[in-house]
Design a protein around this ligand. Structure first.
Ligand code: AMP
Ligand code: ZN
Length: 114
């Protein structure tokens, strides 16, 4: 999608610090990290938010989770644990409307804010 910042990151029109890439998935460092590890995992196809997924996307969404665990292991945060978060739309605090999952860890996180 033309004006989507994450689509531009996928096309390398905007720089990012990529930690994982394959045909379907990109993972890169969040520009404004809230913890020592803060990675965003996105599908390469533009999906605006999690409500837009269909059963056809089940494998892709599963692979994003498997990839998040791989990255967590690579970065050595799997033993202490981490948080994998998706913000959806206005009430969920979504700011970028290209589906993404935050992998956050490297310190003890506070109670999940309501
Ligand atoms: P959300 O509130 O769930 O939509 O989160 C959007 C996230 O994207 C925020 O944590 C931002 O810091 C992050 N972000 C925005 N622009 C960029 C960028 N150019 N590169 C990396 N992360 C970004
Ligand atoms: Zn996009």
């Amino acid at each position: 999608m033309m004006d989507c910042i994450f689509c531009k990151i996928i096309k390398k029109e905007i720089p990012s610090q990529i930690v994982f890439e394959d045909d379907e998935i990109l993972a890169f460092k969040d520009i404004n990290p809230m913890a020592p590890v803060h990675i965003l995992l996105i599908p390469k196809k533009h999906i605006s938010d999690i409500t837009e997924i269909s059963s056809d996307d089940a494998e892709l969404i599963g692979r994003i989770h498997v990839t998040a665990v791989k990255i967590a292991k690579d970065l050595g945060i799997d033993q202490d644990g981490f948080r994998l978060v998706n913000n959806c739309k206005k009430h969920g605090g979504q700011e970028v409307f290209h589906l993404h999952f935050h992998l956050i860890g490297g310190r003890k996180l506070g109670a999940f804010a309501g």
